[in-house]
Ligand binder design. Structure first.
Ligand SMILES: Nc1ncnc2c1ncn2[C@@H]1O[C@H](COP(=O)(O)OP(=O)(O)OP(=O)(O)O)[C@@H](O)[C@H]1O
Length: 355
């Protein structure tokens, strides 16, 4: 019998994971991970509600639940990484780092190592090909979360189970309703990470403060507004600029001078690009192209968490990874991960940082 650790968040997805595992005859041990923001009251209270719901699920299935505190590790690793990127004017992706370093990193080292498998409610799949385990996309393209998993490594992917990855969200909810789970109708969370739960601007303000600077129209060089620090703004951002007569898009930042450049209107060329470089490219399972002569590969990819997979080509030249998109891309934000899939968008191959 497989010895399974199930990560239970108190949400509907991971509760259905527990239900399905029990239906299949497994007796998983349940773990809730605490990573809240220190001293932040609404965080503590949402965590308490989550833990309560997790306890109800554990009781319902007669399973043991442990609360693991990875709060310090989260702040030392994920929050520190996010702030460092933001200071550099880049766009971090804490969800990606949280999966790599916390849910499947620290958790694995402290707890997961004693289990054969770790099960989660991520919308993703694993599949075997050429004798190896690969990360596969979810059946539900809108919910697919493989982009958040694109920095995990082979050891991690080969012991993960995603019991709901082959289901549509609607099916998951129906299972929850039929099983009478208390959270069947609960709203979807935005991720384990602080960005999903607390206000992004509050977080940034607390650690980086405020410093007024100019908002300048990129094409004309005209000052059209004031911002409170370039670190509140992201390439491609449209909302929250406080400018009238929009739409306005952030197209460039000067972090030395604390200037945010914007372009006006849809269809403005400055907000689009068709290619980008990826640094520190990471293959989850293996480099599927290592033996091919021509490193010009038809792929699909994502540059942010969207349901669409964009078609393109990956060019590997002298160890450098360049992606050419089949169409125009809005807001290519340095620091974000470019996630590479096979042409059919079935396999998540790996990712690198847009730079
Ligand atoms: N605090 C936590 N403790 C333990 N596991 C967690 C926690 N937060 C998330 N997870 C695990 O990671 C998975 C994906 O997390 P995400 O935050 O994207 O949740 P979700 O898709 O809304 O799922 P759920 O409905 O289970 O919260 C969850 O299904 C769960 O297995």
């Amino acid at each position: 019998m497989k010895n399974i650790a199930a990560l239970l968040s108190g949400g509907v997805d991971s509760s259905v994971v527990v239900h399905l595992l029990c239906e299949q005859g497994f007796r998983p041990t349940l773990f809730y991970i605490k990573i809240g923001m220190e001293g932040e009251e609404h965080m503590d209270c949402s965590a308490e509600e989550d833990i309560e719901l997790a306890k109800v699920i554990a009781r319902k299935y007669g399973l043991s639940l442990e609360v693991i505190d990875l709060h310090r590790q989260y702040w030392d690793n994920v929050a520190a990484y996010a702030l460092e990127k933001i200071k550099k004017g880049q766009t971090p992706n804490p969800d990606v780092m949280c999966n790599k370093l916390i849910k499947f990193g620290c958790f694995e080292q402290q707890v997961g190592k004693d289990f054969d498998y770790t099960a989660t409610g991520h919308y993703a799949t694993t599949l075997e090909q050429d004798g190896k385990i690969w990360l596969g996309t979810a059946k539900d393209p809108v919910k697919d979360q493989t982009d958040f998993l694109a920095q995990i490594d082979y050891l991690q992917v080969s012991k993960l189970m995603f019991p709901i990855g082959h289901l549509m969200k609607q099916e998951v909810r129906e299972i929850a309703l039929n099983a009478g789970l208390p959270n069947a109708r609960r709203k979807d969370s935005q991720g384990i990470c602080f960005l999903g739960k607390i206000d992004y601007n509050d977080f940034v303000r607390r650690f980086l403060g405020e410093r007024e600077g100019a908002i300048i129209e990129f094409e004309t060089g005209k000052r059209i507004g004031t911002h409170r620090g370039y670190w509140f703004h992201t390439i491609g951002q449209r909302k929250g600029l406080g400018l009238s007569g929009g739409p306005w898009f952030v197209v460039k930042k000067d972090i030395e001078e604390n200037i945010v450049y914007v372009s006006h209107g849809y269809g403005v060329e400055t907000q689009y690009g068709t290619e980008f470089m990826l640094s520190d490219f990471h293959f989850i399972t293996d480099d599927p192209w290592k033996d091919s002569e021509r490193k010009d590969i038809a792929i699909t990819f994502k540059i942010r968490h969207t349901p669409e997979f964009t078609k393109g080509r990956l060019l590997i030249e002298d160890g450098k990874y360049r992606v050419l998109s089949s169409g125009k891309l809005q807001g290519i934000a340095p620091g974000q991960f470019g996630v590479i899939y096979d042409e059919a968008a079935k396999l998540c191959i790996g990712s690198g940082e847009i730079g």
